[in-house]
Design a protein around this ligand. Structure first.
Ligand SMILES: Cc1cc2nc3c(=O)[nH]c(=O)nc-3n(C[C@H](O)[C@H](O)[C@H](O)COP(=O)(O)OP(=O)(O)OC[C@H]3O[C@@H](n4cnc5c(N)ncnc54)[C@H](O)[C@@H]3O)c2cc1C
Length: 473
């Protein structure tokens, strides 16, 4: 007889492990099948490693601006990181130590996830699993039947034909931390969130970066004002940004790489990083046998409570393509479990998702977008306040950034916002709370902010919107 579980989860990333924790806490018997390591790609290769790398680049950025704050580093005036070709300065990056730190931190985080699952009594099977029916999973020579199955298998880097990674000079983001040295001249192909984050980080760490964007600008799907600030900062810091340039192929060339662009131009560098998207890891999972529908790109089709087309089978995270964020994966997984065990459940609300692009400065967003307002899809009054006039920003020595609020005309209910600033990821929570709790600009305007603080610009923006919202203009 097959062992029975109440819930079997394929994949131990945030979609899978957060679901496992919820289900176990609700008293279910839970089994997680994980092929590579708990925490998933999120913890081991994607989100956690990249943000760890960025923590180091952030510190380099602070050091780079330190002369302007009155700090003297002997022998160096101004920008302290060594520019390509310049003699090594007193401050530089030890790539081997940096990469070792990134990997160790990821493993430690994975171990923490394992400990939490163990503490909740979740069984973990190491191996690759697949469905043999809507209620049956096979993994590591075992067959487990369950009342509910959750597919949370994530995705893998999309590959470009003619630009296959070799792990040495041509790499995807999962191979970056195996490089022995900091790339001297890094060509980043793809200017979406992942490309922009790595381009920003490596430029600050000391690489000479060329960013290749097939679109008119970097971060084409993000708030236009925010993307323009970031692109401007990139260029000012010496990054080469090639817009409307599609990479046709990448080849090794001696000790470097040659990236061929459509139109015939060639861009050379020491390394090439490919960031051209994620494809769902939904092949060889037995989805068809279980009656689970996927769309034309292979993403599992789900509704707002994470149900697939097969009764009893749920899906969460990147394999659904709903919104490729760890927080969304985790919420989809939790919702699936609440639904599966019959708890009251609120459907996934994408209009409330807070997200950050960890460039320097960071871009954080929540709620409606400027594009939705401009197209008339959302009715809103808007205010945008540059941070250049904020006293705290001046003290900290930065001027690139702004806060933007969207509110409903007349009622003044806050429905979204954008923050472009260092640590915007922390500042956005105030707007997130306002959106979630349907607070009005009036309520925010009457909330105390510390002086001096960047969050003071949020209350100031709300004050300015009070008038506009009242007018309905
Ligand atoms: C470079 C980068 C940076 C990112 N930064 C952020 C960020 O700052 N914030 C944020 O919110 N999001 C970030 N993301 C997105 C985030 O990493 C993903 O949205 C998140 O990992 C999705 O979680 P998941 O559980 O769906 O999948 P994953 O984390 O990919 O986990 C899926 C797991 O399933 C396993 N698996 C696959 N097939 C099987 C099988 N058949 N049997 C058993 N196990 C299987 C895989 O090995 C993997 O471990 C980033 C992504 C990238 C690429």
């Amino acid at each position: 007889m097959s062992p029975r579980a109440d819930v079997v989860i394929l994949g131990g990333g945030p979609g899978g492990y957060e679901a496992a924790l919820v289900a176990a806490q609700l008293g279910a018997q839970v089994t997680v099948v994980e092929a590579d390591g708990l925490g998933g790609a999120c913890v081991l290769t994607d989100c956690v490693p990249s943000k760890t790398l960025i923590a180091t680049s952030e510190t380099m950025g602070i050091l780079a601006g330190s002369a302007g704050l009155g700090i003297r580093i002997d022998g160096h005036d101004g920008w302290v990181r060594p520019r390509p070709g310049a003699p090594a300065g007193p401050v530089g990056v030890d790539a081997a130590r940096l990469n070792a730190r990134v990997k160790a931190l990821a493993l430690a985080q994975s171990a923490d996830v394992a400990a939490r699952l163990a503490a909740e009594g979740v069984e973990v099977i190491a191996g690759r699993g697949r469905l043999t029916g809507a209620h049956t999973v096979v993994a590591a020579d075992r067959e487990i039947t369950a009342g509910a199955v959750l597919v949370a298998t994530g995705g893998v880097p999309r590959q470009l034909t003619g630009a296959e990674p070799d792990g040495e000079r041509i790499v995807n983001w999962r191979q970056l931390y195996d490089l022995a040295e900091l790339p001297e001249e890094l060509v980043v192909v793809g200017s979406g969130v992942t490309g922009a984050e790595f381009a920003s980080a490596y430029q600050t760490l000391g690489s000479q970066v060329t960013l290749i964007s097939s679109r008119d600008r970097v971060l084409p799907r993000e708030d236009l004002d925010a993307a323009m600030v970031v692109e401007d900062v990139f260029r000012r810091r010496g990054m080469t940004v090639l817009s409307r340039s599609r990479a046709d192929g990448v080849k090794r060339e001696g000790n470097g790489v040659a990236v061929t662009l459509a139109g015939g131009r060639t861009v050379r560098g020491s390394h090439c990083l490919l960031t051209v998207g994620v494809v769902p890891a939904t092949q060889h999972l037995g989805l068809e046998d279980a009656g689970v529908a996927v769309d034309e790109r292979g993403f599992v089709t789900v509704d707002k409570v994470s149900r697939t087309s097969a009764p009893g089978v749920y899906a969460a995270g990147d394999c659904t393509g709903v919104m490729m964020l760890a927080s969304v994966a985790a919420m989809q997984g939790r919702i699936a479990m609440w639904h599966a065990v019959g708890e009251a459940v609120q459907p996934l609300r994408l209009s409330h998702v807070a997200a950050t692009i960890f460039t320097e400065p960071e871009i954080a967003t929540v709620g409606v977008s400027q594009a939705a307002v401009d197209s008339g899809q959302a009715e809103a009054v808007t205010v945008k306040l540059p941070l250049a006039t904020n006293a705290r920003a001046k003290m900290q020595g930065f001027r690139d950034g702004f806060v933007k609020l969207f509110a409903r005309p007349r009622s003044g209910t806050v429905i979204g916002g954008v923050v472009v600033a260092p640590r915007a990821s922390e500042l956005i929570l105030a707007i997130s709370l306002a959106v979630e709790q349907m607070l009005t600009v009036d309520q925010i305007a009457h909330t105390f902010a510390v002086y001096p603080s960047l969050s003071g610009s949020l209350t100031e923006a709300a004050r300015q919107l009070m008038r506009t919202a009242d007018d309905g203009t």
